[in-house]
Design a protein around this ligand. Sequence first.
Ligand SMILES: [Zn+2]
Length: 82
Amino acid sequence: MAKSLVDDNSGSAVSCPVCGLVVAELSFLCSHLVEQAEASEERHVMWLNRHITKRRMSPDSLEPLLASFLAGEGSGSEVVKR
Ligand SMILES: [Zn+2]
């Protein structure tokens, strides 16, 4: 059980792609997005519809989708349209 000097998995903050809110973990970001969508916050609803899904999802089912979206975004394979 060697202790890693670099914490690359735990404690890596992520920020909301919509409003920039910084949270400690991806699961918190999922909860945030679901909460905002359920409150009918327009920007979050539109972002989810466009990038993830038009269905209402639980944070648990949203997490893998969000993870793959963020991974894809990091590779720069998709052109952001404005
Ligand atoms: Zn947000």
